[in-house]
Design a protein around this ligand. Structure first.
Ligand code: PLP
Length: 474
């Protein structure tokens, strides 16, 4: 693929190919808004890019148009108050943490949290206590967080003021938020759920229950990832007496831009209106298409999926063709180059196709046909089905247990020479954007092996520069 230096030219060329999107955002293109009569917004896109003129309302002091969007969202999600976010779930996570945990106190957080959670620690002078999610050995990916583990850590660390978990995680695996909420509330702590990948769960009773329905105090949804708003827009749902509403609003103002995009906010308006009127039909269409897809691909030789495993948000299609000798990155590349199908991520032998509210039957059919074709060609070319167990070849993510002072004075060293040093920045394989080593953690040899394996597989690792260097304490 030739890469243009201009983003305008690149996207222009990309859309001409009429690609099928199984990646973010969830709207999947103009067709979704046109279908519901919002084509005028698309046609007059530039004209919707205004500022706080009279009557247009102000994100940080809502009284009319933006207030209406927020009220519609709080009605849809059955919570005390919803906030429109224009810095994504990233901004919402940070504001929620800063409003819930005081300087010097502790946040109980899943070790596989998004980097915005780690950023909030630095901004707020907050100390982490890590809970490690289970690793699903069969697939080599991180799974749910155990409620028992949460209770044990709360009992052991009296300085914990709040708990934050991502559910669903990037692969769609949800934790038992209802049980976790009961435990967290038993100790009078705050439960924040980073539900960036699960804004749709609230509208669909055949998927795991939403975090708001399960009793979380603050929930943040990237409506752009699976529903119909534009990238970077999101919603924060506040449903608690444990956090001061006005403190939360103040933190939202600290984190977010003072020039909120009216294009993003209009997309939130449109998204909430479409949901209000059509959520039932849209969810039935979405899950119906998925059911047909999953049934259709069952017969494809050499293909395995995680299917509808318990606790999985199966709108994220996790699949592998490892038995045909095709790795995740190869499958991702074949789908893209030969069939014009773009998935969200690959890890080891697996790919994850992220479906959204805007995917149509046509998209699923094209995907199923492509998979069938790939399997047929691989078998015809004599590839032997060699691996009948379902174990992933992805290297296991090592645990980083000991936490030292975060270094203030830092230097750059070669990754290969960094064993035993204290990391000065986050090292994050991307996707899924979860820090493998955090500032203040010692760099162990198994982590170095893991990072090198990831880079050999062609995956990006943020925090390692083009000279194979990392930042460590002096
Ligand atoms: C678990 C998780 N939380 C939060 C975010 C950030 O969301 P946003 O892109 O809306 O800022 C992401 C982004 O991928 C994520 O994977």
């Amino acid at each position: 693929m030739s890469v243009s230096a201009s983003i305008y030219d690149f996207i222009g060329e990309h859309v001409k190919k009429e690609p099928v999107s199984f990646h973010m955002p969830g709207h999947k293109g103009a067709q979704f808004y046109r279908r519901f009569g919002y084509g005028d917004f698309l046609d007059r896109f530039m004209d919707y890019d205004i500022t706080e003129i009279a009557g247009a309302d102000n994100l940080f002091q809502t009284e009319s148009t933006i207030k209406e969007i927020q009220e519609r969202f709080s009605e849809l999600y059955s919570c005390k108050k919803s906030y429109v976010l224009i810095n994504g779930t990233s901004g919402g996570n940070m504001a929620a943490i800063l409003a819930s945990v005081s300087k010097g106190k502790q946040l109980l957080m899943a070790r596989n949290s998004h980097k915005s959670v780690f950023n909030a620690l630095t901004l707020g002078g907050i100390r982490p206590v890590y809970v490690y999610p289970e690793i699903i050995g069969k697939y080599g990916i991180s799974g749910a967080v155990s409620p028992l583990e949460i209770e044990k850590l709360i009992q052991e660390n009296p300085d914990i003021q709040a708990v934050i978990l991502a559910s669903p995680n990037y692969y769609g695996i949800c934790s038992d938020i209802k049980t976790i909420a009961e435990i967290v509330h038993k100790y009078n702590k705050v439960l924040i759920v980073d539900e960036a990948h699960g804004a749709h769960l609230h509208f669909c009773d055949v998927l795991p229950p939403s975090a708001i329905r399960s009793g979380a105090d603050i929930v943040i949804n990237s409506t752009h990832k699976t529903l119909g708003s534009l990238t970077q827009s999101a919603a924060l749902h506040y449903n608690t007496e444990l956090v001061d509403q006005y403190l939360l609003e103040d933190k939202l103002q600290c984190i977010q831009s003072t020039s909120p995009s009216y294009i993003l906010m209009t997309s939130m308006d449109i998204c909430s209106r479409i949901l209000e009127q059509h959520h039932q039909r849209l969810m039935e269409e979405w899950t119906g298409n998925l059911n047909t897809f999953y049934e259709g691909i069952e017969k494809i030789r050499g293909l395995k999926t995680m299917g509808k495993m318990e606790g999985l948000d199966w709108t994220k299609i996790n699949l592998t063709m490892r038995d045909l000798g095709i790795s995740g990155s190869e499958l991702d590349n074949i789908l893209m180059e030969e069939y014009g199908i773009y998935t969200e991520l690959f890890t080891g032998d697996w790919i994850m196709a992220m479906t959204g509210i805007g995917n149509t039957r046509y998209d699923y059919d094209r995907f199923a046909d492509a998979l069938e074709d790939i399997s047929r060609k691989a078998i015809a070319s004599g590839l032997i089905i060699h691996n009948k167990d379902n174990k992933s070849n992805a290297p296991a993510m090592p645990k980083q247990a000991v936490l030292f002072e975060i270094p203030v004075e830092t230097k750059r060293v070669k990754l290969i020479d960094s064993e035993g040093m204290i990391c000065g920045s986050s090292i994050i394989p991307y996707p899924p954007g979860i820090p493998l080593i955090c500032p203040g953690e010692r760099i162990e040899s198994d982590a170095i092996t893991y990072i090198r394996a990831m880079r050999d597989l062609g995956e990006k690792v943020i925090g390692v520069n083009e000279f194979d260097e990392v930042i460590v304490g002096k």
